[in-house]
Design a protein around this ligand. Structure first.
Ligand SMILES: C[S@@+](CC[C@H](N)C(=O)[O-])C[C@H]1O[C@@H](n2cnc3c(N)ncnc32)[C@H](O)[C@@H]1O
Length: 206
């Protein structure tokens, strides 16, 4: 994944299809934690066609999204118009995207599967970019999901284990830190009993 999907299509090709690849409804885990996270300045990493950014905007968050794919960002903007909310949807590569310093109340990463070195770097920058008390919310497929035929990356390096996150975010308070088996039904490409890592970490105040 990262630049390409698990089937070898580019994200640009996938998002050029008329249908929304992962649907237009938000991710279940994000919905589950939405009432607990700060409703403020929120950055959504790898937001694809915008379903999660648009959802958070509908709750009142001031949302910026970033994704590699111009076609995905265009669909995000259209979805925001349809749902009558505002998001600042930007085309960008997380390798170079400036996350800023103490700029966000919340940073969200839903199935944004990056290679290990980039993921580690992005997570370090997430820590700098969060305000004290701010939250990092992540759901990602883990290694146990490989080979199930239900979606998600099929390369171990792109999957995310809980232990990695707990190490990277040492010193943060963990509101949610679990590996879970759950049935995922998200559009055409995420379907079936899946294994994921779910994580919400809160930046210390001092
Ligand atoms: C599995 S999709 C998930 C999309 C969205 N988060 C969702 O749940 O509907 C992974 C997304 O990560 C994006 N992505 C991968 N590598 C990226 C990078 N280096 N910078 C920005 N976006 C990236 C892809 O373009 C794709 O939209």
């Amino acid at each position: 994944m990262s630049g390409t999907t698990s089937s070898g299509q580019t994200w640009e090709e996938r998002y050029s299809e008329k249908e929304f690849a992962f649907g237009t409804e938000p991710n279940d885990f994000l919905v589950e934690v939405a009432s607990k996270i700060t409703n403020g300045d929120t950055l959504v990493l790898g937001d694809g066609e915008g379903r999660n950014g648009v959802y958070l905007a509908s709750l009142g968050h001031r949302v910026v999204t970033v994704d590699l794919s111009p076609a995905g960002v265009k669909k995000s903007q259209q979805l925001a118009i349809e749902r009558d909310v505002e998001i600042d949807a930007q085309v960008g590569d997380l390798k170079y995207f400036d996350l800023g310093i103490a700029k966000w109340d919340c940073i969200v990463s839903i199935f944004c599967h990056l290679p290990f070195a980039l993921r580690t770097d992005v997570h370090q920058r997430v820590k700098t970019a969060l305000r004290p008390g701010g939250q990092f919310v992540l759901e990602a497929y883990n290694k146990a999901n490989i080979g199930r035929g239900v979606g998600g990356p099929q390369i171990t390096e792109l999957t995310v284990e809980l232990s990695e996150l707990e190490e990277q975010f040492a010193g943060y308070k963990f509101w949610v830190n679990r590996s879970i088996e759950r049935n995922i039904v998200e559009g055409k490409y995420h379907n079936g009993m899946s294994s994921t890592t779910q994580f919400v970490a809160v930046k210390p105040i001092a």
